[in-house]
Design a protein around this ligand. Structure first.
Ligand code: FAD
Length: 336
C-alpha cells in the first residue's frame, strides 16, 4: 500500500483498478476477496488517496460479477473501475417504482437478441451514462416476478432517447428515458432469461447499503458546526437543538459501526442498513431544516433543504424501508 501511495494519480488509478482496490470485497481478479476486517483495514490505509466515485456502478458491478458472464465482466469492469464507463439504472417506470416487478417495458425476441420498448423515469445520470442496467418483461404471461430479464443497454444505441427532468433544487440529475425498439444482443443478458428479478434484488440490496452510507451523517455535521461558530449569540434553546442533532448523528454513526461489526461476525447487514438509511435520511433533512431556520438567506442551506427532500424516496421510500424492517427484523406479517 505504501507503494500505491507513492504513485502519481493517473498511474495510481490504473493500479487501483488492476489490483482490485476499488471494490476489494469482490472476488479476484475484480477485487481482492477481502473479508470485512480486511476491508476496514484497506479503507483506513487508503484514506486520503482518492478512489473514483463509481456512482450507480457501485451496485451494478457486484451483480455483473455474481450473475454475469466472464465475457461481460472482461468487457465492462476494467473500464468501469477507471471511470471510463459510466452507468445508469433503467429500473423505475411511470407505473412501477416501489412495486418494481410491475414494470411494463417489453423485450421481444428478434434474431440474435432482443428488441426493447418502453419508458423509464427517474434515471439518474442517464444523460452522461455510456451503459444502463435495464429490466424488461420478457414473458408477459408468467407471474410478474418470473417474466423479467436483466439487460445491459448501450445508451448510444439507436432508439434510446434521454430527456432530462428539472428537480426542485434546479439540478437536472435524473431523466426520462424512452426505449423504442432498442436492439440488445443475447450476450448482454445478465443471468437467465426470465430470471432477472433475482439479479435485480441483488442490485437493489447493494444500492441500499451504498445509499445508507452516503446519505448518512457526514459533511452536514461539520457544515452545521461551521454555521454555529458564525452565530455565537444563539439562544439556549437553539443550542440544545443543535446538541440533540449532533448526538443523533453520533448515534447513527454508531449504528454504522454496528453494521460493520455484525458483518465482521458474519451476519447479514441488509436489515440494519435499512434502519440506517431510514434514520440517516430523516436526520439529513432535520439538519438542513434547522440550519436553514438559522440562516434563511444562506444559499447552501436553502439548496440542502430542497436536495434532502429526495432522500426519503430514492433507493426505496420510507414506507418501503419500514416494511422491510417490520417483516425481516421484527417478523411481522408480510405486506399484502
Ligand atoms: C434522487 C432519486 C434518484 C433516483 N434514481 C433512480 C435511478 O437512477 N434509476 C431508477 O430506476 N430509479 C431511480 N429513482 C426512483 C426511485 O427508485 C423511486 O422513486 C422509488 O422506488 C419510489 O417509486 P415511485 O416514485 O414510483 O413511488 P411509488 O412507488 O408510486 O410510491 C408512492 C408512495 O406510495 C408509498 N408506497 C408504495 N408502496 C407501498 C407499500 N407497499 N406500503 C406502504 N406505502 C407504499 C411510497 O412510500 C410513496 O410514499 C430515483 C429516485 C430519486 C428520488
Amino acid at each position: 500500500m505504501a507503494a500505491l501511495a507513492e504513485e502519481e494519480p493517473p498511474a495510481r488509478l490504473g493500479r487501483f483498478a488492476r489490483e482490485g482496490w476499488i471494490m476489494p470485497y469482490l472476488p479476484e481478479p475484480w477485487g481482492r476477496g477481502a473479508s470485512p476486517l480486511e476491508q476496514v483495514i484497506i479503507h483506513q490505509e487508503l484514506r486520503g488517496l482518492r478512489r473514483p466515485n463509481l456512482g450507480i456502478a457501485a451496485w451494478a458491478v457486484p451483480s455483473i460479477v455474481r450473475y454475469g458472464t466472464r465475457e461481460q465482466q472482461d468487457r465492462f469492469l476494467p473500464k468501469t473501475f477507471t471511470g471510463e464507463i459510466v452507468w445508469c439504472q433503467l429500473f423505475s417506470e411511470p407505473g412501477a417504482g416501489s412495486d418494481l416487478a410491475g414494470l411494463s417495458t417489453r423485450a421481444v425476441r428478434v434474431e440474435g437478441g432482443w428488441s426493447i420498448s418502453g419508458s423509464k423515469i427517474w434515471t439518474s445520470l442517464a444523460q452522461y451514462a455510456h451503459w444502463g442496467i435495464c429490466l424488461a418483461r420478457t414473458s408477459p404471461d408468467r407471474p410478474k416476478h418470473e417474466g423479467i430479464t436483466y439487460f445491459l443497454v448501450d445508451m448510444a444505441a439507436p432508439g434510446v432517447t434521454v430527456r432530462p427532468l428539472k428537480e426542485i433544487n434546479g439540478d437536472e440529475l435524473f431523466n426520462e428515458v424512452f426505449l423504442d425498439d432498442v436492439f440488445v444482443p443475447d450476450d448482454l443478458v445478465v443471468g437467465e432469461v426470465d430470471g432477472g428479478w433475482r439479479v435485480a434484488r441483488d442490485t437493489l440490496s447493494h444500492e441500499r447499503v451504498a445509499l445508507g452510507d452516503s446519505w448518512g451523517p457526514g459533511s452536514q455535521h461539520t457544515d452545521m458546526v461551521k454555521l454555529l461558530q458564525r452565530l455565537p449569540d444563539l439562544r439556549q434553546a437553539r443550542r440544545e437543538q443543535a446538541g440533540r442533532l449532533w448526538a443523533e448523528g453520533q448515534a447513527i454513526s454508531a449504528l454504522g459501526l454496528r453494521v460493520t461489526l455484525s458483518q465482521l461476525a458474519g451476519a447479514d447487514a441488509g436489515t440494519a442498513s435499512s434502519v440506517r438509511k431510514l434514520l440517516g435520511m430523516r436526520h439529513a433533512q432535520a439538519i438542513s431544516e434547522f440550519c436553514w431556520s438559522l440562516a434563511p438567506t444562506d444559499p447552501h442551506w436553502a439548496r440542502m433543504i430542497l436536495t434532502t427532500r429526495a432522500f426519503t424516496i430514492g433507493g426505496g421510500t420510507t414506507e418501503v424501508q419500514l416494511n422491510i424492517v417490520a417483516e425481516r427484523a421484527l417478523g411481522l406479517p408480510r405486506d399484502p
